[in-house]
Design a protein. Structure first.
Length: 172
């Protein structure tokens, strides 16, 4: 059995409770979007509009919304910078670095990749042979360290904190 969670160098909040609970209960974690919608591949640049042939720059509203969330977060760009640096130092691609990092996390059993063509698939599969050393992993950890956000972990939790029970609702 596995638990599917969004988990990557730009989204690490699952480390606060979800991953420890999964590990404690012997449940594997299967991260989706390990490349943060392509941001961790290095194909997008800070302050540059994504091209129309990319998911971030295309016409799909879901991808536009998701990409805007990544693009507007300094932490995303800090992670991208670190991934590119480690890629240059190791001779691996940025995608391989990001995939290797998440695959090596405690509790992660495998990752869901979203390659759109054979070139991406071949590159992503190369991450299986990449093992980051302690210095590279520490650099990535530091650059992407999640800082606590408002109750209890970001906008969804904040919205949840404003929910009320009205009328004849009864809680058992």
């Amino acid at each position: 059995m596995t638990l599917q969670e969004q988990y990557n160098l730009a989204v690490r909040e699952v480390e606060w409770e979800v991953l420890p609970a999964a590990v404690h209960n012997g449940l594997g974690v299967l991260p989706w979007s390990p490349l943060a919608s392509g941001f961790l591949t290095g194909k997008y640049a800070r302050g540059v509009q994504p091209g129309p042939d990319t998911r971030a720059g295309g016409g799909n509203p879901l991808y536009q919304y998701t990409s805007a969330n990544y693009a507007n977060a300094d932490r995303t760009w800090d992670a991208v910078d670190a991934v590119v640096q480690v890629a240059e130092e190791t001779g691996a691609s940025p995608a391989q670095v990001a995939l290797s990092w998440v695959a090596d996390r405690t509790g992660v059993t495998t990752v869901i990749i979203g390659a759109r063509d054979m070139r991406q698939l071949t590159d992503n599969l190369g991450a299986a042979d990449l093992h980051l050393d302690a210095d590279a992993a520490a650099l990535l950890d530091k650059a992407s360290d999640p800082s606590p956000t408002p109750y209890p972990y970001g906008p969804f939790g904040l919205a949840q904190s404003h929910r009320t029970v009205n009328g004849g609702a009864q809680l058992d």
